[in-house]
Structure formats: structure tokens, C-alpha cells
Ligand binder design. Structure first.
Ligand SMILES: [Zn+2]
Length: 181
């Protein structure tokens, strides 16, 4: 089923009912306000170019989505700003009906009488999927002063505490996953 995010900007609703069969291209710029619409603050700032090809066929619609851009996050290790370069593609097939098809990650089913597709959430999920599990500078580029300060704040000896940054990363990832679900 399509998820409905009422704050998704109107431009991401693609009215396909009046389109001719064949391919139709759309371009979007996605930034911080887009993510705010999804109540996601994973990025301090971001800027993505999105190309979407909507192919209208007799009985299905195929979306080919391409995202490329940058996202600013806090480094997992030193917490200083880090700019990630992210890009990815996804093909999404959309069928119509009442559930006679099995829905998968690639196949989405929308009601028979639909006349538009909310493409925003596909773009949103595609960008988040590009996030690497580890988000950190090259070790030598980390803020040494900040690392020392973080280290000083951790109780006990260093060997025992090596686990902690991982736990923090997991918590951050889980937060992202919850947003997606
Ligand atoms: Zn760092």
C-alpha cells in the first residue's frame, strides 16, 4: 500500500491518469525541507538531484528513480560535521488492484481508481537506503580534540568502552529504520 504523508509537497504527487502510454521524465531538487516533511532529522543539511522516469504501460506503471547528492551528518567517531556523497537507483513497479498480487519491495499496489502516485516516499526511502552503516571521516581527518574529549567522558578503561560507539551507531540506525517502517 502507498504510505500517505500529508505534508509531502504537492510536486511529488504525479498525476498519471491523463498521461499517454510511454515514458515521462521528472526532475526534483530534494533538500532539508523535504526531509522535514517526513519528520526526519537524519541530516543537518542535504541537497539531492532526483531524476524520475515514469513509464505508463497498459496495466502497470514503472518508476525508475535516480538520486545523487550530498548529506551532512555528524561523524560517528568525533561528532564533527561530515559530508556524505550519496547516490543510488531503484526501479519501482506499481500495479493496480485489491491485493490479488503479492506486494514486494519492488512491487507496490495502489487502488484501481487511483489517478496519481505519491512518489515522495519512494525518493525518501531510496536516499535513506544509501546511507552507509559507518559514517565517519578517515581516521586521520577526525577532530583530535573532540576525540580526546569524548574519550575523557567515557568511564572505565578504553578496551571495555570500544563497544560504545557501535551501540550509538545501532541506535541511530534503528531510529532511521523506524522512520522507514
Ligand atoms: Zn570524525
Amino acid at each position: 500500500m502507498q504510505k500517505h504523508h500529508h505534508k509531502v509537497p504537492k510536486e511529488f504527487f504525479l498525476p498519471f491518469a491523463g498521461l499517454k502510454l510511454g515514458k515521462h521524465a521528472y526532475n526534483f531538487k530534494v533538500g532539508t525541507t523535504f526531509f522535514q516533511a517526513f519528520e526526519n532529522d537524519a541530516f543537518d543539511a542535504c541537497a539531492f538531484d532526483v531524476t524520475l522516469i515514469l513509464e505508463k504501460k497498459e496495466t502497470i506503471i514503472v518508476l525508475d528513480i535516480q538520486v545523487a547528492g550530498t548529506a551532512d551528518v555528524a561523524c560517528d567517531r568525533c561528532n564533527d560535521p561530515l559530508t556524505l556523497r550519496l547516490e543510488g537507483t531503484q526501479q519501482q513497479i506499481i500495479k493496480f488492484g485489491t491485493g490479488s498480487y503479492e506486494e514486494t519491495e519492488e512491487i507496490d499496489i495502489i487502488p484501481e481508481n487511483s489517478w496519481q502516485i505519491e512518489a515522495g516516499h519512494y525518493i525518501y526511502e531510496l536516499i535513506l537506503l544509501q546511507l552507509p552503516a559507518k559514517r565517519a571521516h578517515h581516521e586521520s581527518d577526525c577532530n583530535a580534540t573532540a576525540l580526546q574529549r569524548i574519550n575523557d567522558m567515557l568511564p572505565g578503561d578504553t578496551t571495555e568502552n570500544e563497544k560504545e560507539p557501535d551501540d550509538l551507531r545501532w541506535a541511530a540506525l534503528k531510529g532511521l529504520k523506524d522512520q522507514l517502517d
